[in-house]
Ligand binder design. Structure first.
Ligand SMILES: [Zn+2]
Length: 1176
């Protein structure tokens, strides 16, 4: 498997495809230089006259002097002495000659034309799926001359057959499978059948939107073109004659959700003849995966276009478009309240609501919603699932079979298939309702009118027209939005549009921003809003004629008319108090209590800051950052530092009255790094010395945030506080906390209190911070409980980040901490942000998940929003939608850039709407669904018992799958579990969420860990939740030392491990290297530099640097993974059969967990039962 979860930084996209280069050519305006930091925006329409960069105030209110409560004191003391003093005398004289700050965001002002496509051959609005956007004429600058026919524009609709490599899989598919895939009428697979990426001929010079010319033509040797092959093999059909049964990986009797194990596959014998699915007339040679995917060419591409892996359960909708859909009236599956009917265990009697499924799982007494009855004595095995035949048998006589794990849907297979099917070509966003490739696929995006999936991903790209349908399916409609997402260097950043003093053009009524979906009418004099239908006059300066198709002739010259994502320069009307903002400030606030000093943390932070301050975020074309910095240290009192450039030495001012926090100095607290370089360096040298002998163990916390907030208020700017904190704040002060940890509350109704803050003080403080644009990033270094649930409140509500390093030790943890700190300080961030999501008539945003504050029901406010933060938004119907017009989303984010520029970032997305449930199920994105469900559940634990939350999740998913089964799948035996192709991983992933530390903690998980994880997950994007819940497991000994690729991942189960191998597992927070007991000595020597297994130290936090190919390869894999993640992962070495192995097994999420979580197989059985109950 080659890499790649969605990367956050450049390197993983290390294989720029030559064909894309042309797209970034200068004709687009601005100068998107290759390789520049993402904060650079090409100027769009020349200079930005409307914006005057304010000069940073020189000293804020010098006349205020020092309030009586504080004054400069000697830095040699951390007492509250009031005598002014200069710090030491070691340092150089004042550097008054320092270079002036480069204030002013002077963006490049090129007048280059925005001409992505050239004029003329245009088309109005975003085409519906059936009408792919025309590729621009080949003669245009961005198009390769080699591009074949324009018709192949949306080449995701390739009809080629599968590569030969899929043959073996298909063998399994055919033989083991009772299933087809629901891609029945699903779109032809994107790129199926293309040669491997290496065989893609580079398109010279320019971007080939999706040209079929990119692909290796399908050849006979690769199998027959499957275009005419019906989708989905009828499950009941025997393997094709040419298909040797012996190639099956499935024991014939095994994969049995279907009744009699006597025949091959899952319940084939019970599978009724499928009249709707024409069997492929002939299948020369081994069946090809393409069989399962070829559908009507007009259908939407779907990411699960590949052959189902050896799953025997995916529900097929054999044959073309869901003929069964029209039949049954919409069934309603009311939530099963609590499973009161406690009837369980005995086969054949399970008729009523299934109670206490927990009981069915060994060791999962809390699984069910009712603590009720004791678990049944008998283990639930697959065959115990009632089926018509087996029901007749007494349980004892039933044959006992284990389900073959290879027979159930494999995440690895789905990920691999998507990579090979969709990774080779760019994802072009010109088509409405197109499902993007999976987050685990490395692909490039070309914006043609809809926002990139890096910015917005949806749970479904085809949403039900009516609320009844939506309720019936129970599929949540949600978008996961990452407004400032980092793009790979090959992709174009959003263009900045400046409309001058008049500002962006907006709908008069709903205030939606100009976007590609607005319809110009009356010769271009007015436009009709795509969201509310209101007609608005086009302002004179914005008038443009329409061409014969009704499209503005400047369509392709304006990002806001032709692209899904772009930015507007905001006018003063969009600024607080009608004043352009000052550049933001960063305040570093360092705990200098005993623990922090003794662990070496204080010295480490100060040393790091000396160099890190030169890397503050800046606008791409600016020579230095506009961000000013300030410094505070604290224990139970606060120390402020005057680092004004004219001082010879920094001055300290102590505030010991923490009850009413104020900032004792204004002039000289926030400074420009270059101007005050010498003074700052002197301060950072002296801080560790000053507190070296401290005996103060108590800390305050809320006053620290208040101090930072007051400093920003006084400076009239937004900004970020970086707080480095070590302990529960027990010193007498506002926001003082008690140790209220109590693990006995787990599994009680009071468990929720562990996630709630212990005082509302921090909520109020957070509100004040948001009002000021004061974002709080928190670095925690606890040696014991410090109440993350409470300390994290302000961080969470201000859009900040939280990091935790328990039992921090310099030797093992400093790399991780410093890497996190560097990334956190440098990453792109917007301040004082407000996000609103507008929708077209019929749906509206009703619920929001993430790190933010809301003072009303529509505006998401974030003091800070960085490139990693994600907001999940749920939508509900408030009217009917129409298939013709689809549904539109517009996410508008107003924020202040790191240079102090006020901007609006706009992302637009159009979705399809359907009247058939099958269309919904064909266009779902399970990874996004899991992101939503996890966030929903993690919020639920704040108010409901954890068990209730788990039950609700299970119930909802059972309803989703039951609705599919009832309305979309072809008739089949009730004994079969049939899953929609797009959702076949829903059970395995859902089980991972249910077993996670927040919802089902093991004994080793602390209360702080749970609160921390809860908070992290709430801001995760889809790629992060994907790997967090289902970690990536790589066999290192299989790595090809001669290539850059990663070894193919394997499933997260102990039975996949070999004692002779070394594995690496990562989940976005940790990297665990597991060493089998039988690993060859040579490998151990090469990787760890010791001669035997027993000598490997599991205290290592990094791999030793050794000069051999294996060591280099493994270290390069680790490095590659580290760059892809937003946090530096902790490296842990685990030896097989060592006590630490428990930790590793915790991540093997397909297995039964120590904390009682079900194995994948067991959970699947359980889901099947749930679904059957809903259907009966
Ligand atoms: Zn409107």
């Amino acid at each position: 498997m080659s890499v790649n979860q969605q990367a956050h930084t450049g390197p993983p996209y290390g294989q720029p495809q030559p064909g894309y280069q042309g797209y970034q050519q200068p004709a687009y305006g601005g100068q998107p230089l290759p390789g520049v930091p993402q904060s650079q925006y090409g100027a769009y329409n020349g200079p930005m006259p409307g914006y005057q960069q304010p000069v940073p105030p020189q000293g804020y209110f010098p006349s205020l002097g020092f309030p009586s409560k504080g004054s400069p004191v000697s830095l040699n003391s951390d007492t509250s002495s009031l005598a002014p003093n200069f710090i030491g005398s070691l340092r150089a004289p004042p550097t008054s000659g320092a270079p002036p700050p480069a204030s002013g965001a002077s963006l490049p002002s090129g007048h280059l034309a925005y001409s992505q496509f050239g004029h003329g051959d245009v088309q109005n609005g975003i085409p519906a799926s059936a009408a792919p956007m025309q590729r621009p004429p080949a003669s245009q600058p961005f198009l390769p001359g080699s591009a074949p026919t324009p018709a192949s524009q949306t080449s995701t609709f390739q009809q080629y057959g599968p590569p030969a490599a899929g043959v073996q899989q298909l063998s399994n598919h055919v033989a083991g499978m009772t299933i087809g895939s629901t891609t029945a009428s699903a779109p032809p697979p994107a790129g199926l059948g293309y040669g491997p990426p290496t065989s893609v001929p580079p398109v010279s010079g320019s971007f080939s939107a999706t040209g079929s010319g990119l692909y290796t033509p399908y050849t006979a040797s690769q199998g027959p073109p499957p275009t005419s092959v019906s989708q989905g093999l009828p499950l009941a059909q025997p393997p094709f004659p040419s298909q040797p049964i012996s190639t099956q990986r499935l024991p014939t009797q095994v994969p049995g959700f279907a009744p009699p194990p006597s025949s091959t596959g899952i319940g084939p014998s019970s599978y009724p003849p499928t009249t709707g699915a024409p069997r492929p007339p002939s299948m020369p040679g081994p069946p090809l995966p393409g069989q399962t995917v070829a559908g009507p060419p007009t259908s939407q591409p779907n990411h699960v276009s590949s052959p189902p892996p050896p799953s025997t359960m995916t529900g097929p909708h054999p044959g073309p478009p869901m003929s069964g859909l029209h039949g049954p009236p919409p069934p309603t599956h009311p939530p099963q309240p609590g499973y009161q009917m406690q009837q369980n265990g005995s086969f054949g009697q399970v008729r009523g609501p299934q109670p206490n499924y927990g009981g069915a799982y060994p060791g999962t007494p809390n699984y069910g919603s009712q603590p009720g009855p004791p678990p049944p004595p008998k283990r639930l095995d697959p065959d115990s699932i009632p089926s018509p035949q087996l029901n007749e048998l007494p349980p004892q006589q039933k044959p006992r079979h284990r389900i073959d794990p290879d027979a159930i849907p494999s995440p690895i297979q789905v990920i691999e298939d998507d990579r090979s099917n969709r990774g080779a070509e760019p994802f072009v966003t010109g088509v409405r309702g197109q499902v993007p490739p999976l987050v685990t696929t490395n692909f490039l995006v070309k914006d043609q009118g809809n926002a990139s999936p890096r910015y917005i991903r949806c749970t479904s790209y085809n949403i039900p027209c009516t609320s009844d349908m939506a309720k019936q399916s129970q599929v949540p409609l949600a978008a996961v939005i990452k407004p400032l997402a980092t793009l790979p260097p090959e992709e174009t950043l959003p263009y900045l549009v400046d409309h001058g003093e008049s500002g962006p053009v907006r709908c008069n009524r709903c205030k939606a921003y100009m976007c590609p979906f607005m319809q110009f009418i009356e010769g271009g004099r007015r436009f009709q809003c795509c969201f509310c239908s209101c007609v608005t006059e086009v302002p004179p300066h914005y008038f443009q004629h329409l061409d014969h198709t009704g499209k503005r002739v400047d369509f392709y010259d304006r990002p806001e008319l032709s692209l899904g994502s772009y930015e507007f320069l905001a006018t003063v009307d969009y600024c607080k108090n009608n004043k352009f903002p000052s550049p933001p400030a960063f305040v570093f606030m360092i705990d200098v209590s005993y623990n922090a000093v003794k662990s070496g943390l204080v010295r480490l932070i100060c040393e790091e800051l000396k160099s890190l301050l030169d890397y503050l975020p800046r606008e791409g074309n600016m020579e230095e950052s506009a961000i000013r910095v300030g410094f505070v240290t604290y224990n139970k009192v606060l120390h402020f530092y005057n680092v004004k450039s004219s001082l010879a030495q920094p001055q300290m001012m102590v505030v010991s009255d923490v009850a009413d926090m104020f900032v004792p100095l204004l002039d000289g607290f926030l400074v420009n790094v270059n101007e005050s370089r010498t003074v700052i360096a002197s301060l950072l040298d002296q801080i560790p010395e000053m507190f070296a002998d401290t005996r103060e163990t108590e800390t305050v916390f809320a006053p620290v945030i208040q101090a930072g907030l007051e400093a920003l208020k006084a400076a009239e700017c937004a900004g970020k506080l970086f707080i480095f904190h070590t302990s529960l704040p027990i010193a007498e002060a506002p926001g003082k906390l008690k140790n209220r940890d109590d693990k006995k509350l787990i599994n009680t109704d009071k468990e929720k209190t562990l996630f709630q803050p212990q005082t509302s003080f921090y909520n109020n403080l957070a509100k004040d911070c948001v009002a000021q644009g004061c974002c709080v990033d928190l670095f925690l270094f606890p040696n014991q409980y410090l109440d993350v649930a409470t300390l994290g409140v302000v961080t969470y509500q201000t859009g900040g980040s939280i990091y935790k390093y328990a039992y921090f030790q310099l030797e093992t943890d400093q790399d991780r901490f410093l890497n996190d700190l560097r990334r956190d300080v440098q990453k792109e961030v917007g301040f004082d942000a407000v996000m609103r999501v507008r929708t077209s008539t019929g749906i509206r945003a009703t619920d929001f998940f993430g790190a933010f504050y809301m003072s009303n029901t529509t505006d998401v406010e974030m003091a800070g929003l960085d490139c990693d933060k994600t907001i999940t938004v749920e939508f509900k119907h408030d009217d009917k939608l129409s298939e013709d017009s689809g549904a539109l989303l517009q996410c508008a984010l107003l924020y202040t850039s790191c240079a102090g520029q006020r901007r609006l970032r706009i992302h637009n997305l159009s979705l399809n709407c359907c009247t058939q449930l099958a269309d919904l199920y064909r266009n779902c994105e399970t990874d996004t669904l899991i992101n939503y469900l996890a966030k929903y559940a993690y919020r639920g634990v704040l108010s409901s018992p954890v068990k209730t939350v788990r039950d609700a999740l299970i119930n909802q998913c059972a309803q989703i799958l039951a609705c599919y089964r009832k309305n979309c799948a072809s008739p089949s035996s009730a004994g079969q579990l049939i899953l929609p192709e797009c959702m076949k991983l829903l059970p395995v992933y859902l089980n991972c969420v249910l077993k996670s530390d927040v919802l089902q903690p093991g004994p080793e998980v602390t209360t702080d860990d749970r609160a921390y994880i809860r908070q992290l997950v709430t801001s995760m994007d889809v790629a992060e939740t994907n790997v967090f819940f289902y970690p990536r497991l790589l066999p290192l000994t299989k790595a090809d030392v001669d290539s850059d690729s990663l070894p193919a991942a394997i499933r997260n189960s102990e039975e996949r491990l070999s004692k002779g191998d070394i594995y690496l597992l990562e989940n976005g927070l940790n990297i665990v290297v597991w060493v089998g007991v039988n690993v060859q000595q040579g490998l151990i020597q090469n990787l760890f530099g010791v001669s035997s297994f027993s000598q490997i130290s599991n205290a290592l936090s990094t791999l030793p640097v050794l000069e051999n190919t294996f060591s280099k390869k493994v270290r390069s894999i680790v490095d590659m993974l580290q760059v892809q993640r937003s946090r530096y992962m902790k490296l842990i070495i685990v030896k097989q059969e060592d006590k630490m192995e428990m930790l590793f097994k915790h991540f093997l999420v397909e297995d039964k967990s120590l904390s009682g979580g079900a194995s994948y197989v067991d959970f699947l059985c359980h889901m099947h039962k749930e679904i059957r109950q809903l259907l009966s």
